[in-house]
Design a binder for this molecule. Sequence first.
Ligand code: CP
Length: 323
Amino acid sequence: MKNFLSVHDVADINALVKKALAYKASPFSEKALGQNKRIGCLFLNPSMRTRLSTQIAAQNLGMEAIVFNIGSEGWALEFEDGAIMNGTTVEHVKDAAPIMGNYFDILAIRTFPSLKDREEDYSEKYIRQFVKYAGIPVVSLESATLHPLQSLTDVITIQEAIGNQQSAIGNAKPKIVLTWAPHVKPLPQCVANSFAQWINAWGEADFLITHPEGYDLAEEFTRGATITHNQDEALENADFIYVKNWSSYQQYGQILSTDQSWMLTSEKLKLTNNAKVMHCLPVRRNVELSDEILDGTNSIITKEASNRVWAAQAVLSEILQSI
Ligand code: CP
């Protein structure tokens, strides 16, 4: 693996999931793999799970991890080619990225979208500039349109849960529903795009997406999934429900609905096949998801978050083996 920016960088999803679960069973089994190697984790935006799990994963492999909150503590970066830098930006990515390429063996970056300019966000301009100028492998810690480490974690968590409840699902493909949920702020489409992209590529589920009108995700990620505006219909006999808010892709970055009837409740869970509930976190309680669901026995959200370590460890391991 050279970079990890999307599911397209993965040759075999099931093999990567297997590797992650092997690390979960034996976290320090390859402590020598990353010896004398260093990863730089650059955050242009806030994070809890991603930064901690990536550091732990690197340390489990014997790597040194250096975290730099470049968005709040670094020089303001310029990304425009040919920019006359007489404004607020201080350092061009063309100058900063190669230096990081000398300091580190792997560069990991979190860079959120503006939610103002769809074309620019969906070009993945920022992370692609780091790929172009750093000269070392780049790992996405969530980019403008995708969150692949989260999605790999989600597939790991589903696979693990299927193993634990095989009797409930039997030999059929699990029914997985990605449902939109309300939120007070406009959020990126990254997690939903990425989840759809990975579940479609995995190909081992009956996959539905449900959301209010105006919230269609980009077709490049959802192609292959069934899409409906009827949440109750979507939830029928579901084995897994992935809850997430996203702002509109069509009316880019806008909140079109705050309809609280889209929030998952125990009543709605009765429609399902005793579905396991997932969410990437952080979550707004009693806005996106009810207390009764978050504190109930169907939630596998904490397990999901803890699996972030094994997803990151599997990815870093693949990259270390190629450098
Ligand atoms: N799910 C996730 O990426 O969490 P953080 O934003 O806390 O890293």
